[in-house]
Design a protein. Structure first.
Length: 392
């Protein structure tokens, strides 16, 4: 390791990281309600000395601004962007507390942990007086967590030009480099009959029972599932279709006039979402046949997949940084969860990687993060940054 890297790694402070995370976790930020923690982040960035700090409003979401701040470099090198989401799921959790090196609270792992690492990285650079040949951009956003958010915060950042030349998303597995991720769609199928529910003794032959229609649709979709599974990608393996929810009827002797089916569809990033939707719609329409049933199919929402070359400079820097900090190689893996690196690649056309404390505690009944993991991630980020700028 170089003297500069040794110096920076030695400045990473576990207690400070723990306290920073605890500070953030004590500010609730369920999806769609991140403004209070956004304000706290903006204050922290000002205290550290970042410049051009802005609240970027998200159209249609009054309480979901993004926060951006810059640490300007001294040359014409590329801009490296560190990014994380501020929101956490709405599920109830005990009040935040400290348990030794652990910070316990909703959002501690997913993913205010990554935000704390970004903050510590900036503090270390400031303390060491490091001047970089390019700019550092730090950003955080709301509206990450489904089913309330659908990437509106990230999309707004991209549309406003806050992308940089490479992105490190501070969320992901601790010991794996994600070279690719499948796209997925949340599939909503709505079947509606004419008229209102009536007593079973008043039903006439021309009135379809939506439970029976839904059953025919499910059987047709099960056959589609088998056809989809036969489509195998060299990198991802088989594509998939999964039926998760079927809802119909409201009383044992009333005619069901609506059936709603919810499913997920996973596919390679090159597959177009509208083609996915059209295929499912055609199967559903054929199964309904000439019965008087209105059909709606929506597969427009979901995470966009990606592929990234292991030779991308940011990918090389991350893997080398991990090796320098841990002494181990970072093996390649496939991303199965929804993180924002894929959005920056698919929507912003910028290479992006994801690295963090891991997902074992994400969305857990008791969510926590260990400060020792924060130290490791911050050190990997510092080594990655120096490698990206050829300072190691």
């Amino acid at each position: 390791m170089t003297h500069m890297l040794d110096q920076l790694l030695s400045l990473v402070n576990k207690d400070r990281l723990r306290d920073t995370l605890y500070d953030l976790v004590r500010v609730p930020s369920p999806t769609g309600q991140a403004r209070p923690v956004a304000g706290r982040l903006a204050d922290i960035w000002r205290e550290i000395g970042l410049s051009e700090i802005e609240m970027i409003e998200t159209a249609g979401w009054d309480n979901s601004p993004s926060v951006v701040g810059w640490r300007r470099g001294v040359g014409n090198g590329p801009t490296l962007h560190f990014n994380g989401h501020m929101d956490h799921i709405h599920q109830a959790h005990v009040a935040p507390y400290l348990d030794g090196d652990r910070v316990v609270g909703r959002g501690a792992a997913d993913m205010k942990s990554g935000l704390a690492c970004m903050i510590e990285l900036a503090r270390v650079l400031e303390a060491a007086g490091v001047e970089l040949p390019g700019d550092l951009l730090f950003s955080s956003h709301d509206l990450h967590e489904d089913p309330i958010g659908h990437g509106e915060g990230v999309r707004t950042l991209i549309e406003r030009g806050f992308t940089g030349d490479a992105v490190v998303v501070a969320e992901g597995p601790p010991h794996e480099f994600l070279v690719a991720g499948k796209s997925n769609s949340l599939v909503e199928i709505d079947l509606r009959g004419a008229g209102d529910p009536i007593h079973e003794l008043s039903i006439t032959p021309d009135m379809p029972n939506l439970i029976e229609v839904g059953a025919d649709v499910v059987l047709a979709l099960r056959a589609l599932k088998a056809r989809i599974a036969a489509r195998v990608d060299d990198q991802f393996g088989p594509q998939s279709f999964f039926l998760g929810i079927m809802q119909a009827g409201d009383f044992y002797n009333r005619l069901p006039t609506r059936c709603h089916i919810t499913a997920t569809r996973r596919f390679p990033p090159e597959t177009q979402r509208n083609d996915v939707e059209a295929e499912i719609r055609n199967v559903v329409v054929a199964a309904v046949g000439d019965r008087p049933v209105q059909v709606k199919v929506d597969a427009s929402r979901g995470n966009d997949g990606f592929r990234i070359s292991a030779q991308e400079p940011i990918a090389v820097a991350l893997r080398d940084g991990y090796r320098r900090v841990t002494g181990s190689e970072l093996p390649s893996g496939i991303q199965l969860f929804g993180a924002d690196n894929g959005k920056f690649i698919a929507w912003g056309g910028v290479p992006a990687v994801a690295h963090g404390v891991g997902l074992a505690q994400a969305h857990a009944d008791l969510e926590w993060c260990d400060a020792n993991d924060l130290v490791r991630v911050t050190r990997v980020f510092l080594a990655t940054l120096l490698g990206f700028y050829d300072l190691i």
